[in-house]
Ligand binder design. Sequence first.
Ligand code: UTP
Length: 216
Amino acid sequence: MSTLDNSRNFVISLGGSFLFSDYNHLIDLKKIISHSRRKFAIVVGGGKLARDYIEFGKEIGINDTGLHRIGIRATEINAYIISIFLKAKLYVGDPRKITIDSKVLTTGGYKPGWTTDVGAAYAAVAAKSPVVFNISKEKGVYDKDPSKFKDAKMLDKMDFKDLYKLTGGKRMPGMNYIFDPEAARICERNKINVVVTNDLNDIIRYPNKIRGTLIS
Ligand code: UTP
């Protein structure tokens, strides 16, 4: 495959919470995709649906693997509804084997213990996307928790090492990260950039003048 072919594909890790917070986001996403010459794989997160179901599963004593599977089911239904709206192909399967054989495809989670960020990182490797757009409610990556520290500063650029310093700790079902460090490692190994943003237009701006954080 030539370099040009490689750069035709973009992978998006779309946070469930972002997507369902405002219907206009979906309309914007549809426009951006249709005006772009690229092909897209969108890995859709579980959002509130996943968290609520995982919480309920915990209350009734379901084990961690079971809770992860419940999370995956939530991502699947989110990917399904978005596929209908975008008239996209729905891909169900291993993101490591993804080929973007239509203008846009959507998919959910795949393996218990992963997150959709991990799926998106693997999809980017498989589809030779130079970047993963991590679109969520967060404007970007901050040097410290902006909900706790008033003087927290958003970083325009950072490297993967700095990200790992901010995202240590144990992985739990339904856990929320800025960008999953396991996914970051896959991207780093494969020289794939990550853009953390809440601005869908960063997909068009990339690689210049993005408003979120560029991790490379
Ligand atoms: P998400 O990827 O949606 O996690 O998966 P998130 O970080 O909460 O994403 P947002 O909020 O939508 O952006 C939800 C849960 O589903 C399980 C995990 O337990 C995860 O925390 N999951 C998801 C898996 O076990 N495997 C997957 O491949 C995907």
